[in-house]
Every structure is written in C-alpha cells, then in structure tokens.
Design a protein around this ligand. Structure first.
Ligand SMILES: *[C@@H]1O[C@H](CO)[C@@H](O)[C@H](O)[C@H]1NC(C)=O
Length: 306
C-alpha cells in the first residue's frame, strides 16, 4: 500500500511540474516533455532550443519574427485578447428571441441539437440534446474587432488612429459611446487594426453585439443600413477601406467548451497517473501472490508430521 501512495505522490508531483512547462521569456515558444524543454520555430522545420530562464538572443528573435511574417502569422497585434475569448465558428442559425430582441439562452436551430449562447447569440457550450440546461444568458462585455484594411498609398497615421476609429464607429453605429472603444492597435505589415470595445461588467444598458454584427456585415458582405455606405474611417485625411474582419467575444463568464486538444502538459499528467496506477496494482497483485504462496507452504509443513 505504501508503494502505491508513494507512486501516486510522485505522479502528482510530476504532473504539477509538467503543467508549468512553459517559456516565460518567449510567448511563441513551444514547450514539452520532462524535463521541460522549449523551442522556437525559426525556419521551415528549424527549431531553436531555448533557455527560458534567460532572455532569448535577439538574433533568434529576429529569425522567428521573419519566419512568422513569412507564414502570415501575427508578430505583434491581434489574436485572442484573453485566453477565454472565442470566435463564431458556427455561423448563422434560426434563433429564438425574447420579446425585447434578446437571444434566448438556449438555442436549437429547429433541430434536436441544442446549445447555450451568449448575448451575441454565439455558441458558448458544446452542443447537446434538447435537455441541455442554460441557466441564463451570459453577457458579452468585450469584443475584439480585428480589421484588415486595403492597401494605402501613404502610411497610416497611427497617432490619430484611435480617435478616427472611435469617431467612425460613433457616427455609423447609432451614436455608439466612444468611451467604450478601449484600445486600438495597429500593425502596418499585416494592415491590421485591432479595436477592443469594452463595457463595464454588469452593464446591461449598452450592447456591443449589434455594433459587431453591423460592422461584420459592412465589411464582409453588404451593409444592413439602407444607405449602403462603407465603414471607412478617415485617418490623417486618408480613407481606410476595410477588407476583412474577425470578431472575438469575451463573456462575463468563461465559456464551457470541452478542450479540443489536450496540451502536452496535461497529457503528461494523465500518462504518469495511469502508469502509476498500473504499477501500483501490479505491486499489490504480486505481494498478495507471494503471501499466499508462503501461507500454503507453512500449511504444508504443519501437515507433514501427521
Ligand atoms: C441551422 O439550420 C440551417 C438549416 O437547417 C443550417 O443551414 C445551419 O447550418 C444550421 N446552423 C447551425 C449553427 O447549426
């Protein structure tokens, strides 16, 4: 029994170690194994092993940046604003609405398959059957609008960008509160404008999801407005025409999708625990067997004199 416990403790310790296998000094590094080793992709199938206790040499960083740029991966801007952010991978469905136009928390698209949505109507749970429970409609309080603009002749004036974007949003989307345009970042190489729109948690007066939907249509399809104008902020006297948009949703409560891919750390934990349990059971089995053998021999010896 003692061995069993010792093995389990060892497994948990190994697990805790595996989970912290990450690189503090380089966010693009991939880490795996125990002992934990981290590496950075700096070319096609060229990996550079890193010492994550130290700053990464600049030459490696530059190589990695060039490689990512070549691959069209972001080098600075964009991506998930927080780990719990998610995008709409389902697209449109036939929703059930409340009388005031809000989404019902549970949606089934006229099928037997149902799921829970946030206030933007975007699925935030796995799909289930009709018995799935959605306690309440969870509010989206933060959207990241990741816009790409068409090529321009003169470089974009980044100083005036935030104001220009906030003004354009205010003007086009029903006097939207400019203060909620919390942050605007720009990456010239990828022509990407990242607009973070945030309201205070608990705020139920303003709605970010209409803004995001109207803008998505403006940029990707055709405007929902009658006027058919474009969402075209004027920055430094230059009009920025948009080419693409990706919306990230951040809800007041984290979504509950099951993990689609287990990270290396968690797999390591599972493997170690399973091995420990198997080893423990084997040890128990053989210990019992030996005990029985000894018992039988003793019994035989006692029988002999008779
Ligand atoms: C909803 O149903 C329609 C038509 O049956 C289908 O085209 C669409 O993909 C469904 N949407 C989702 C999110 O399941």
């Amino acid at each position: 029994m003692k061995i069993w416990i010792a093995l389990l403790v060892a497994a948990l310790a190994a697990g805790a170690y595996a989970q912290t296998c990450s690189c503090d000094t380089m966010k693009w590094a991939t880490c795996d194994g125990s002992p934990c080793t981290c590496s950075l992709l700096i070319g096609n199938n060229v990996k550079q092993t890193l010492d994550c206790k130290r700053l990464v040499p600049k030459c490696f960083l530059m190589k990695a940046e060039m490689y990512r740029k070549l691959k069209g991966q972001d080098t600075r801007t964009g991506g998930k604003p927080v780990e719990t952010a998610f995008v709409d991978n389902d697209g449109i469905y036939d929703p059930e609405c409340e009388n005031d136009g809000k989404f019902k928390a549970k949606q089934c698209n006229n099928t037997e398959e149902c799921w829970c949505v946030n206030s933007a109507g975007v699925r935030r749970t796995d799909k289930g059957d009709k018995s799935i429970k959605c306690d309440k409609l969870v509010e989206t309080y933060f959207v990241r609008l990741q816009l790409t603009h068409k090529p321009v002749t003169t470089p974009v004036d980044t100083k005036g960008l935030k104001t220009a974007i906030a003004d354009a949003i205010h003007k086009r989307y029903d006097n939207f509160n400019k203060d909620m345009v919390a942050n605007v970042e720009y990456d010239a190489d990828s022509r990407m404008i990242v607009v973070d729109v945030k309201k205070p948690m608990g705020d139920r007066k303003s709605d970010l999801t209409q803004l995001a939907y109207y803008m998505e249509k403006d940029v990707k399809v055709l405007p929902l407005f009658k006027d058919q104008e474009k969402f075209e902020p004027t920055v430094g006297g230059q009009k920025l025409e948009m080419e693409n948009i990706l919306v990230y949703y951040v809800d007041e409560e984290a979504p509950t999708f099951t993990m689609r891919h287990l990270s290396g750390g968690i797999i390591a934990v599972i493997v170690v625990v399973v091995l420990a349990v198997v080893a423990g059971l084997l040890v128990l089995f053989f210990a019992k067997k030996r005990q029985n053998q000894r018992y039988n021999k003793a019994q035989q010896r006692e029988m002999e004199p008779m």
